[in-house]
Design a protein around this ligand. Structure first.
Ligand code: SAM
Length: 382
């Protein structure tokens, strides 16, 4: 088959990534000439992904807008906006003032063009690079343990723009057009426009490993003026997310077994209740008293609803690939791959297999347990 006919064939195979994050699956689908859809319910991450999908932006327009934004920012001598204490802890005065001027310049020229979205994304990308808070992926370590060397705002911005231009040129060189559609949507709910349309699901869902996708962008959202503190995260970001960390479940603790007993969890009810009881007992032996038992119940309850929604979106004979890892909070092992597979079958899919890619026991090693963990592809067919 020649390349053009191959692209025509592939574009007829719609792909869905229900946890699209910053859009890796969707960009790969664009690259391969395939039609794809992505759901992402974290508002900032969803906006980042949407911008990345506008990779057919006119590069000269983007470059010109960046120069205009930098010129306006340089001339600005206004006092900075008011920022929450976290922001003041993470920047020295000069970088905070320059970031503030860049933010205001972007606000001034905002026209919601693709070029403007790219200039905004470059700004979002330097929020960490210009902070002296130490950063890991999606986390920060406050200044006393922070980075020694921090880029200036203008250098970081210009550097980021150059990186993005390189990526854009690479994408634009493949002779394909953007097709992917990112939808800010909670994957636990049916999305009726996609009913019975999807052939292939490729995704990396949140793991049941206490990673907090709301807190991950707290610094960025604070600098952008979208939140002022923890309670905004709780109200604006957390309600749309799979409950995969203990920070999201304290209110539900008293209802843990109400969720465990929900009919949607019938296929794993017995094993899940044993594990939740064990975690609850273990909790008493640990200072942090984390509600891992509630997190586990709600994680599987949420993922059961994801499979119900996926069954609605997927055609008969479709395939699903979940990149997934198991976990052992407080050393209590949960066979996440097997339990998710059981929930998928109960939602109407037909078969499953797990393809192990690697062993892991990194995340929990500080928790003093030696439970071997693994990560791999959970393939579901139906
Ligand atoms: C492991 S990450 C996906 C990473 C992705 N492959 C990428 O390229 O960035 C999981 C994503 O699921 C999102 N998420 C969590 N709960 C969600 C929900 N209920 N609906 C849609 N997205 C959700 C998180 O915000 C996070 O971006």
């Amino acid at each position: 088959m020649d390349h053009r006919r191959w692209c025509q064939f592939l574009s007829a195979v719609p792909i869905l990534d229900p946890f699209a994050g910053s859009g890796t699956t969707l960009l790969a689908a664009d690259n391969a000439g395939m039609m794809s859809y992505g759901f992402e319910s974290q508002p900032l991450i969803s906006r980042i992904a949407q911008t990345k999908l506008e990779w057919d932006v006119h590069i000269a327009d983007f470059n010109q807008l960046v120069q205009e934004v930098l010129n306006i920012a340089e001339k600005d001598n206004s006092d900075p906006y008011e920022y929450p204490p976290l922001v003041h802890k993470c920047y020295d005065e000069t970088n905070l003032l320059e970031l503030d001027h860049l933010r205001k310049a972007l606000e001034l020229v905002r026209d919601d063009s693709k070029a403007w979205h790219m200039a905004w994304l470059a700004f979002v990308c330097i929020i960490r690079r210009t902070s002296h808070a130490g950063t890991a992926i999606g986390q920060y370590v406050l200044p006393s343990h922070g980075k020694a060397h921090v880029a200036t705002v203008k250098d970081a911005y210009l550097n980021q723009v150059q990186i993005m231009i390189g990526d854009l040129m690479e994408m634009q060189s493949h002779g394909v057009s953007p097709q992917a559609k990112l939808i800010e949507h909670d994957a636990r709910n049916v999305y009726s426009d996609l009913h019975d349309t999807i052939d292939l699901v490729v995704t990396s869902p949140p793991y049941a490993n206490n990673y907090d996708y709301a807190d991950a962008t707290r610094l960025e959202m604070s600098v952008l003026g979208e939140i002022t503190g923890w309670s905004d995260l709780q109200k604006l970001v957390r309600p749309g997310l799979i409950r995969s960390c203990t920070q999201m479940v304290s209110k539900e603790r008293k209802d843990t077994y109400f969720y465990v007993d929900d009919p949607v969890l019938t296929p794993i009810h017995e094993e899940l209740s044993v594990v939740c009881h064990e975690m609850e007992l273990e909790r008493e032996k640990h200072g942090g008293k984390k509600n891992y038992h509630t997190m586990a119940a709600l994680y599987f309850y949420d993922m059961a609803h994801v499979f119900i929604a996926l069954r609605d979106a997927c055609k008969d004979g479709s395939k699903i690939c979940f990149v997934i890892g198991d976990s052992a909070p407080y050393g209590v092992y949960m066979p996440v791959d097997e339990w998710l597979a059981k929930l998928a079958l109960s939602a109407g899919f037909k078969s499953w297999e797990f393809e192990k890619l690697r062993d892991r026991n990194v995340k929990w090693k500080n928790r003093k347990h030696r439970v071997p963990l693994k990560e791999g592809h959970l393939w579901i067919k139906g």
